[in-house]
Write a protein that binds this ligand. Structure first.
Ligand code: UDP
Length: 355
């Protein structure tokens, strides 16, 4: 089986945690390395690095062509030699490439959005909404990481063929450790959609000597990092910048709990990493965390800084509950092992090709 993967705006080998690179990079890099055991994979991404082999049957092919139509045409010339069985595009920009490919090579087309503009609670880009609707209409299958998102897609776009496969976590990289210090941890790019100001507000409400470590660099908007730093003035907030994914486990290990205050989180890989590290997660109910964290591996509250502060205080005071939620999280991540998730993808690809 030969798979053509398109991740136009960011290559799987770009280090996650700053600029354009985040959960999707960790996702594509983890999933396709493993899928390489079962099929041949070419991943197309914009860039100047030429070809990089990341596993025996997995190539990343960087195309130095910004224009999406030309980008698609280069993929078509690769297809003429490789004869791919299926195209899988990631994120709406790659979805535009998918629209070009569908029109010209008419191969099976699977798409994963990673974020869907119309479901974001903050301002929406109307052009992107329209393009995403076109992707829903023209693709053969949409894969969504949560039941909640898949069902919202079905309600809004009833003709879309959508299934759910959750993202995974490396349970060897992120291991359970006995509880460390009492500091709070935030991991993720600094971007307005990540809602870090809710957490700063909650810290201010709690008034104590609490320490918050913030890991991650600015997304494309450097200004949001500067403004959040000045917003946090006078509080014990350590901005540690981007940290390599391979070194993150130490930070999860020494935290008391992990807080994900995002306005919108289609899935939230951070939650799985915290759970695998046996750390409870605090976040908001109206996000993808409802299906991973639920009420067993942390506390999810209504979007409100007072509720957030109350949840933090409760877990700080109740060490046993904190440990219990952490242990539950570690137990529950056995449903999200990358090896099993990759197998699920392989079977899905096989089925769609056969049928
Ligand atoms: N991440 C990282 N280093 C950092 C900050 C984040 O490796 O300094 C990783 C983090 O471990 C997670 C991903 O980036 O795997 C962020 O994923 P998430 O889905 O939470 O956020 P998104 O990228 O979707 O906004």
């Amino acid at each position: 089986m030969r798979i053509c993967v398109v991740s136009y705006h960011s290559s799987p080998i770009e280090p996650a945690g700053v600029g354009r690179a985040g959960g999707m990079n960790v996702f594509t890099s983890s999933l396709y390395r493993l899928l390489g055991h079962f099929c041949e994979i070419d991943i197309f991404s914009y860039g100047k690095n030429g070809l990089t082999k990341i596993a025996p049957q997995v190539n990343i092919i960087h195309l130095d062509t910004k224009d999406l139509k030309n980008f698609a045409e280069e993929i078509i010339s690769h297809h003429a030699r490789q004869n791919y069985d299926l195209v899988h595009t990631h994120y709406w920009l790659s979805g535009i490439t998918g629209l070009f490919l569908k029109r010209s090579i008419k191969k099976l087309w699977v798409h994963t959005f990673h974020t869907i503009e119309i479901f974001k609670s903050i301002e929406k880009d109307p052009v992107r909404v329209e393009i995403e609707e076109e992707i829903m209409r023209c693709s053969d299958l949409i894969i969504s990481p949560t039941q909640k998102e898949a069902s919202a897609i079905r309600t809004l776009y009833p003709d879309t063929n959508v299934i759910t496969i959750p993202h995974g976590v490396d349970t060897n990289k992120f291991r359970a450790h006995p509880n460390g210090s009492s500091n709070l941890l935030y991991v993720g790019r600094i971007d307005p959609i990540k809602g870090l100001e809710f957490l700063i507000d909650a810290l201010r409400i709690l008034k104590g000597e609490l320490r918050l470590d913030v890991i991650g660099g600015p997304s494309k908007r450097q200004v949001s990092l500067e403004s959040i730093k000045s917003y946090a003035k006078g509080l014990r907030v350590n901005f540690l910048g981007r940290i390599n994914h391979d070194e993150l486990s130490d930070h999860y290990r020494t935290a008391a709990m992990v807080i994900i205050p995002s306005y919108y989180e289609s899935f939230g890989l951070i939650a799985l990493e915290a759970m695998a590290s046996a750390r409870p997660v605090i976040g908001f109910k109206d996000t993808g965390l409802l299906e991973t964290v639920g009420d067993k591996a942390g506390i999810l509250v209504k979007r409100n800084e007072y509720e957030l502060a109350r949840a933090v205080e409760y877990l700080l005071k109740n060490k046993n509950i904190r440990h219990k939620l952490g242990a539950n999280g570690r137990k529950n991540v056995s449903d999200y092992r990358w090896e099993d998730i990759a197998r699920h993808y392989f079977i899905t690809y096989e089925n769609i090709i056969k049928n």
